[in-house]
Each structure stands twice: as structure tokens, then as C-alpha cells.
Write a protein that binds this ligand. Structure first.
Ligand code: RFL
Ligand code: PHB
Length: 398
């Protein structure tokens, strides 16, 4: 077996793992990333599009914010469409000028990958299903994998589990040492990416009697749209024409008239779930990002939560190596979980407010729709409620 040593092994080269790598590099801490898939595969996943200002600031701090500033779109409002009316909600003027940046996860990943190449940082791609974590209750954890028929071992002081919801790190923790909290929603999101000018220039969430829709964008020439669909829906059953026809029924009629349709560049269905694993540290192994928690995408919090974890984790690791202090490491889990549960609550609430739920408790659709509309009406007319939704939307700072 080929054996090498480093200070931190990062499992997973998604946004969490790559950003952690950039922050550790900045602090002069050696690390290696091991990724199951190829770089192109990771780049092909179309996911998040909206970055909180805190996330954008962290990308700057990591030295990878340049293109985001040039190409990202700075937003200071989002919109809600319900009961046939469109309501613009300005968060910047309510939250001390905080804005959001529309810049795709693909672009963030791209910038972080380029940064690794430019600095000669090691990423092992295509390690496949063989990746395994060992001895993480000790101070001498190891990661092993087989690549091109050869067995490899990386010894380190810490393992960072940045390997997403289906990763190996959380799955390797003994059952009795971890508690999972989960809610699966009875619907999914069908998403389409198209090179068409976005119908709205700001992110717009629709609540309609036919279900939820979201109009988002990646640039002024690229749209990202979603509609709520059944949880067992198959993407093959959704031709582009069928998608556009359904989407038009869920946005305001004037917007539907001016909507430019076109061939989808990508089309996929994502299930919706809320999930948290506690704690987020097991001896010398930490979980960060989707490996530790999932939110339904309604509040655009997933990637932002991942960035928050990685910020706290990089500081804790730097403190350990540079100040010989365990304090950050000891507090990592509790510090992250407070912020995580706040975002879980917000994402669950916003999901519940905007989607059509199958009848579960004898409460019919009509009643549920009326309750949602009454709450939305209150929300857009009460300054107290607007303060609350915008405070959560831009990201609670803890
Ligand atoms: P990722 O992105 O899943 O990356 C994990 C990486 O680990 C690799 N891996 C392994 N590597 C080695 N060994 C193993 N055994 C491994 N198992 C897995 C995987 O191949 C992968 O490369 O997790 P990470 O880095 O924590 O990043 C999390 C974000 O991707 C996620 O939270 C967001 O995409 C969520 N999300 C959104 N977040 C936002 O903040 N704003 C948004 O607007 C937003 N929109 C979205 C979203 C997620 C969506 N879907 C599809 C779930 C919209 C959608 C539709
Ligand atoms: C996206 O652009 O993909 C997006 C925007 C807002 C959300 C979720 C996803 O709440």
C-alpha cells in the first residue's frame, strides 16, 4: 500500500471540501482532497444559485471572489407571487444593506478548482466507492482508497467529511454515537436550465393552486426555473413543452405572456428533505455541509450553510495547529448546529408556506390554500413579518 501523510484529509470535492481546502491553504495548512467522482462530473451538477453576502465574503477571504464580483448579479430583493399578485420584497433596505449574489454553484466550484490548480494543491479524483475512513476516534485517523488498481492510504491529524448526504464519513459513525433528525416532503422540484432571458430579474417564489414554482436565473441570458412535482415523477415524462406549459400556469399572466421558452440545457428532479445529524464531530473527524445537514431548497440555504460550517471548521483547525488550542475544535459542533437549526426552521417554514401538500389530516386543499394565502397576505403587509422573513433570507449571523 502507498502511504502518505498530511495535516488534514478532506473527503469530497464539492463546494464544502474545495472551500475548506482554499481556506486551509491560505493559513498554510497542508491538506489533500479525495473525491469519488471526476472533476467534470462534479461540475455537471446544477444546484445552488444564490449566495448570501456572508458566503460571498468568505469566497473573497479565500482568494477566489474575483470572477464572482465581475459576473455575479447583486440582488437586493426577491419576490412572492400569490393570489394573482406580485409582491417585491426588498431585503437590503431592511437588513442594513445586505445583498445576495446570484452566481451558480457550478461557477463557484469552477473558481475553487482553478484556484487549486494555480496553487498546485492536490485533489485525487475518481477514487470511486473504495474510499474509507479509519481510526477517527484516535488522534491518528486515516483515509484509504483504491485507484487504478493500487491501494492508497493518507494519514492525517484530522478528517473533514465534506462528502455530501450520501457520503461515507457520516455512514462510518457507529449508530449509537449519532442521532439523525429527518423530514421527507411529499413532493420534489423539477428544475430546468435554459439559455433564455429570465422572465423575472429577481428570484420569484410562486404559491398557486396548481402548486409551487420558482423563477431564478444564472445571468441575464440564462434562466433557472423549478416547479413542484410529485415525489415519484420521472424526468422522462416531462418534455420541455410540458414543462413550459405547466410553468406558465404558475407565474403571473403578464409574465407568462412575455416568457421566452427554449430547449432545456439540463432538466432534473430533486427530492425535498430536511435532515440534521448530531453531533457534527466524532473525535478527529468533522462533518461539514450536506454530509451533516440538508434543507429543502426553498430558502436557498444549503450552500450557504455549508460555507458557514467550513468557515467555523477552518478557524478551529488553524487555532489547533497555530495556537495549540483545542477550543475551536471542542465547540465546532455546537457552534454550527445553532446556525443549522435556525436555517432548518426557516427552510421548513418557507417550504410549508409555498407548496401544495397532499391531504394528510382530513384538511382539504381549499382550506390549506386559504391558510397559506392569509399568511402570505399578512407577511407582505406587516413590517414586523417582513423584518423577520428578510432577516432569515439574508442569513442569520450566529
Ligand atoms: P456536495 O455538493 O454534495 O458535494 C459532496 C462531494 O463529495 C463527494 N463524495 C465522495 N467523495 C469521496 N468519497 C466518497 N465516499 C464520497 N461520497 C460523496 C461527491 O461526489 C461530491 O462531489 O456537498 P457540499 O460540498 O456539502 O455542498 C452542498 C451544496 O451542494 C448544497 O447544499 C446546495 O446545492 C443546496 N442548494 C442550494 N443551496 C444554496 O445555498 N442556495 C441555493 O440556491 C440552492 N439551490 C440546492 C439548490 C440544492 C438543490 N438540489 C439538487 C439538492 C437547488 C437544488 C435543486
Ligand atoms: C436557484 O437559482 O437554483 C435557486 C434560487 C433560489 C432558491 C433555490 C434555488 O431558493
Amino acid at each position: 500500500m502507498k502511504s502518505i501523510s498530511t495535516q488534514v484529509v478532506i473527503v469530497g470535492a464539492g463546494p464544502s471540501g474545495l472551500l475548506l481546502g482554499a481556506l486551509l491553504h491560505k493559513a498554510g495548512i497542508d491538506h489533500i482532497i479525495v473525491e469519488r467522482q471526476s472533476g467534470d462530473y462534479v461540475l455537471g451538477r446544477i444546484r445552488a444559485g444564490v449566495l448570501e453576502q456572508g458566503t460571498a465574503d468568505l469566497l473573497d477571504a479565500a482568494g477566489v471572489g474575483e470572477r464572482m464580483h465581475k459576473e455575479g448579479l447583486k440582488h437586493d430583493a426577491f419576490a412572492l407571487f400569490f393570489k394573482g399578485e406580485f409582491h417585491r420584497i426588498n431585503f437590503a433596505n431592511r437588513q442594513g444593506g445586505k445583498h445576495m449574489v446570484v452566481y451558480g454553484q457550478t461557477e463557484v466550484t469552477h473558481d475553487l478548482m482553478d484556484h487549486r490548480t494555480a496553487h498546485g494543491l492536490q485533489t485525487i479524483y475518481e477514487a470511486g466507492d473504495s474510499v474509507a475512513v479509519h481510526d477517527f476516534v484516535s488522534n491518528h485517523p486515516r483515509v484509504t482508497f483504491t485507484k487504478d488498481g493500487e491501494a492508497h492510504e493518507i494519514k492525517a491529524r484530522f478528517i473533514a467529511g465534506c462528502d455530501g448526504f450520501h457520503g461515507v464519513c457520516r455512514a462510518s459513525v457507529p449508530k449509537g454515537a449519532i442521532q439523525n433528525f429527518e423530514k421527507v416532503y411529499p413532493f420534489g422540484w423539477l428544475g430546468v436550465l435554459a439559455d433564455t432571458p429570465p422572465v423575472y430579474h429577481e428570484v420569484t417564489y410562486s404559491n398557486t393552486e396548481r402548486g409551487f414554482a420558482l423563477s431564478s436565473l444564472r445571468s441575464m441570458t440564462r434562466s433557472r426555473y423549478y416547479i413542484q412535482c410529485g415525489m415519484n415523477e420521472k424526468v422522462e415524462n416531462w418534455s420541455d413543452d410540458r414543462f413550459w406549459a405547466e410553468f406558465k400556469t404558475r407565474i403571473d399572466p403578464d409574465a407568462a405572456k412575455r416568457l421566452v421558452t427554449g430547449p432545456s440545457l439540463e432538466k432534473s428532479i430533486a427530492p425535498l428533505r430536511s435532515f440534521v445529524a448530531e453531533p457534527m464531530r466524532f473525535g478527529s473527524m468533522f462533518l461539514a455541509g450536506d454530509a451533516a445537514h440538508i434543507v429543502p431548497p426553498t430558502g436557498a440555504k444549503g450552500l450557504n450553510l455549508a460555507a458557514g460550517d467550513v468557515n467555523v471548521l477552518s478557524q478551529a483547525i488553524v487555532e489547533y495547529f497555530q495556537e495549540q488550542s483545542n477550543a475551536g475544535i471542542e465547540h465546532y459542533s455546537a457552534r454550527c448546529l445553532r446556525r443549522v437549526w435556525n436555517a432548518e426552521r426557516f427552510s421548513w417554514w418557507f417550504t410549508s408556506l409555498m407548496h401544495k401538500f397532499p391531504d394528510t389530516e382530513g384538511q382539504n386543499f381549499g382550506f390549506q390554500q386559504k391558510m397559506q394565502e392569509a399568511e402570505l397576505d399578512y407577511l407582505v403587509h406587516s413590517e414586523a413579518a417582513l423584518q423577520s422573513i428578510t432577516e432569515n433570507y439574508v442569513g442569520l449571523q450566529h
